[in-house]
Every structure is written in C-alpha cells, then in structure tokens.
Design a protein around this ligand. Structure first.
Ligand SMILES: Cc1cc2nc3c(=O)[nH]c(=O)nc-3n(C[C@H](O)[C@H](O)[C@H](O)COP(=O)(O)OP(=O)(O)OC[C@H]3O[C@@H](n4cnc5c(N)ncnc54)[C@H](O)[C@@H]3O)c2cc1C
Length: 398
C-alpha cells in the first residue's frame, strides 16, 4: 500500500527545508519532504549534485529572518559563517548623493549574509537533530512526476513509479517542476530582460559590516559582507550583454569590481567563478486551494535588487506553520485561503518596492537620474525617512 502522510513538501531548496522547520511538531512527525537532488552538504565536492538553489551565492537575511532562524535553533551553528550588515550605502554611479543607513555599536545589525549552500546545510542538519520519531522523512534523488487531488487526499507519483499520499501538498518547487501549470495554476509574469551574475571574492582586510548597492546605467550592483575576508557580489546587466560577460576572466571581474566598489577593504585577492540567473517577476494567482499551498519562488519570484525574495518567503511560510497549529485537517481549504490572504499584503508591498526600484533606476534621462541622486542625498538629512528605511532593511514593519 502507498505510504500516507499528513503533509508532503515538494522541493528541498531553502523554502522547502525552512517549511519543514516551521511546521508544528505534530505535523512534522508525519511529513515527507521530496527533492530531485542529493542531500545538501556544505562540502565543496558535492556542489554539482546539490539542490540547484543551494549554490555558493550569498543571501542577505534581514533581522526578522535571523530571529526566525534563531527560534529554530540554527543561529548557533551559523554564527561563524555569516557576515553581519551594520552599514548600507546606496549610491548611483556617475551622480552625487548617497543614502547611508547605519546601526550603532550597541544596536542589533540590520541583518547578515550567508551562502545558500551553508544555509541549506544548516536547515537540513537542523531537521535531523532531535529524536528520530520527531523528524520528517526526507527523500532525496526522488522526482515527483505527477500529482492528483481527491476530496480528502493528494496522491504523488514519483518518476521511479512509487506513489505516496498526503492530506496537504506544500509546493516548494521553485517553479521548476512544471506541476503548477499542470494543476491549472496561472501566473502574472514579467521578463526584466536582465541577468544577475553572482560571485564571491576575498579581500585583503576583513569586512567591517559594510554593504554597498550601486545603481549603474546597466543595472544594480551589490557587494555584501560574508564571514571573515569574504564578500559576495551581485552584478546585473541587460541580457544583451551576457555574450560578452560570459567570457569575462577572473581578472576582468576583479577589475570591474574594483572600479565599481573601490578599495574599502583593501585589494581583491581572489574571485570565484561567476554564476548567472535570468531575472523575471512571476507570481501565482492562486496561492492556496483545498489540499494545496504554494510557497517560495514557485509562488513569487522577485528581482534580487533588494535581496528580499527568501526573506519574504520565510515570513510567509512561518505564518503557514502558525496557521496549521490548531487545525484538525492541514488541507482545509478555508484555512489555507485565509493564510494566503494574510500574506498577500506583505508580498504585494515587497513586490511593488522591488519592481519600483528596478523601474526607477532603469530610467535613463539625466534629469531623472539627477533627481534620484538628490533624493538619495536628502535621505541623510531626514531622520523619519531614514527610520522607515532602516526598519524596512531589517524586515520589520513600520
Ligand atoms: C542572484 C540572486 C540573489 C538573491 N539574493 C537574495 C538575498 O540576498 N536575499 C533574499 O532574501 N533572497 C535572495 N534571492 C532569492 C532567493 O534566492 C530565492 O527566493 C530562494 O532561493 C528560493 O528558494 P526555493 O526553495 O523557493 O526554490 P529553489 O531553490 O528553486 O528550490 C526548489 C527545489 O525543488 C526541487 N524540485 C523541483 N521540481 C521537483 C520535482 N518535480 N520533484 C522533486 N523536487 C523538485 C529542486 O530540486 C529544488 O531543490 C536571490 C535570488 C537571486 C537569483
């Protein structure tokens, strides 16, 4: 007979793994998490076989996300692997004016940056600590090929022919499986015609908690602190330039990064190979229905201009965990729709803010650019606005 579970999580990227942590213990005990790739590990050897989202790119986690990870007991292991953000400098290449956000020495940091690989490994290992009876079942190297719903269950067929069933399917597939379309879900989509390159680098001196965001004519660029002497860079260009950038050598990257961000932490002593990600906005129209909840990039894929995607998903899935606390049936349609309604406003605000930033800084005429520069400069003189920005940067509501 096919095994039966209360909850099946389809996808073991950052959001699928985090979802398993967010579940109330009584549901986690009878939950299965399925991913096509091998189990996450923080060893460099296995990168090619790891879940595709758990690569070496850095993710900036805001204060709220760090608090959530802390409640799951994960920050103890991660503390040495993150680079704290205490100072954020936003500027526009070629124009005067910067916006500086800073936390005092006794205040908490805005957030911290960790590589997806290390975060994924910590989330995965965290699920395996504690008594075996309380752990979810995790199936790696298993691809879900088909999903069928009945009134009281959802059946999953794996590529190897195995089947299993659950009362709730949490789709955390990053939009990679094609199952959303097959389930009749529809999406709002927008192609930015931009590509983000990411790479990590080593500096002469350790990072002092500074993060930089520079808006260039071609797209936004960010440099974020990782632990020790390491930093992670995000470099966005129009997709017409990828033929050129795909051939950049490490020396080309070193030069471009130095020209853009300078020598604040000394010389760049090493750079990793660059990875690239085509950028689009994609949002599912129906995030929940009977026996189905969609989370993570499969529900909403954002432009990484403000590093908000995972932070937002973490808040949404944390709420889903809370919504499931007291219900006798985790697949209850009304409960799931109410959860989707509750998280919709947060998603709308963040999506609009990210899209707005890309549009504003994508405009070319020089008067507009000048006005933006003036706006950035003015922020430094307006404590009320700075407070709002600071709280936003930390993921707190204002
Ligand atoms: C350049 C860049 C920089 C970013 N920086 C930040 C940042 O600083 N801060 C931030 O908050 N966010 C950031 N983000 C966003 C963040 O990376 C994503 O929101 C997050 O990684 C999404 O994870 P996910 O688990 O939803 O999807 P994925 O990582 O795509 O995981 C989906 C998983 O589902 C599995 N899967 C798919 N289909 C099947 C199937 N049929 N059967 C079994 N398994 C399946 C896959 O193997 C995969 O492991 C950034 C994004 C980009 C592109």
């Amino acid at each position: 007979m096919a095994p039966t579970y209360d909850i099946a999580i389809l996808g073991g990227g950052l959001t699928g793994l985090a979802m398993a942590h967010a579940l109330p213990a009584h549901w986690r005990r009878n939950c299965v998490l399925i991913d096509s790739a091998e189990a996450p590990s923080d060893s460099a050897v296995s990168l090619a076989k790891q879940p595709p989202g758990l690569d070496d790119r850095g993710t900036a986690l805001n204060r709220r996300s760090l608090d959530i990870l802390e409640t799951w007991g994960l920050m103890k292991g991660l503390r040495d692997q993150v680079g704290e953000i205490r100072h954020i400098e936003v500027s526009q290449q070629g124009y005067w004016g910067t916006a500086d956000l800073e936390t005092g020495p006794k205040e908490p940091a805005f957030g911290a940056v960790v590589s997806n690989r290390q975060l994924g490994a910590a989330l995965y290992q965290g699920l395996q600590s504690g008594p075996a009876a309380d752990q979810p079942e995790i199936r790696h190297n298993s691809t879900v090929a088909d999903v069928r719903f009945t009134a009281d269950r959802v059946s999953l067929t794996l590529e190897d022919g195995d089947t299993l069933s659950a009362r709730l399917l949490i789709l955390a597939d990053g939009g990679r499986s094609g199952l959303g379309d097959r389930l009749g879900l529809t999406y709002r989509q927008h192609d930015y015609h931009q590509v983000a390159y990411t790479l990590n680098l080593e500096r002469e001196y350790p990072s002092d908690g500074r993060a930089y965001e520079r808006f260039s004519r071609e797209g936004p660029r960010a440099l974020l602190p990782l632990a020790g002497h390491r930093q992670t860079a995000v470099w966005v260009v129009p997709d017409s330039l990828t033929l050129h950038l795909d051939h950049w050598t490490k020396t080309d990257w070193q030069q471009a990064l130095t020209e853009c961000f300078g020598y604040a932490q000394g010389r760049i002593t090493a750079v990793s190979a660059a990875s690239s990600y085509p950028l689009q906005f994609r949002q599912v129209r129906e995030q929940a229905r009977a026996r189905l909840a969609v989370i993570g990039n499969g529900a909403l894929t954002l432009h990484p201009v403000a590093g908000q995607g995972f932070n937002l998903h973490l808040r949404s899935l944390h709420e889903l965990g809370e919504a499931l606390q007291a219900t006798p049936d985790p697949g209850n349609a009304q409960l799931l729709r109410q959860w989707a309604d509750r998280v919709a406003q947060d998603q709308r605000q963040i999506a609009q803010a990210c899209h707005g930033l890309v549009s504003l800084f994508g405009l070319q005429p020089s008067m507009v650019a000048h006005a933006r520069g003036l706006g950035l400069a003015a922020l430094n003189g307006l404590p009320g606005v700075r407070k709002i920005l600071t709280q936003r940067a930390m993921g707190m509501s204002t």
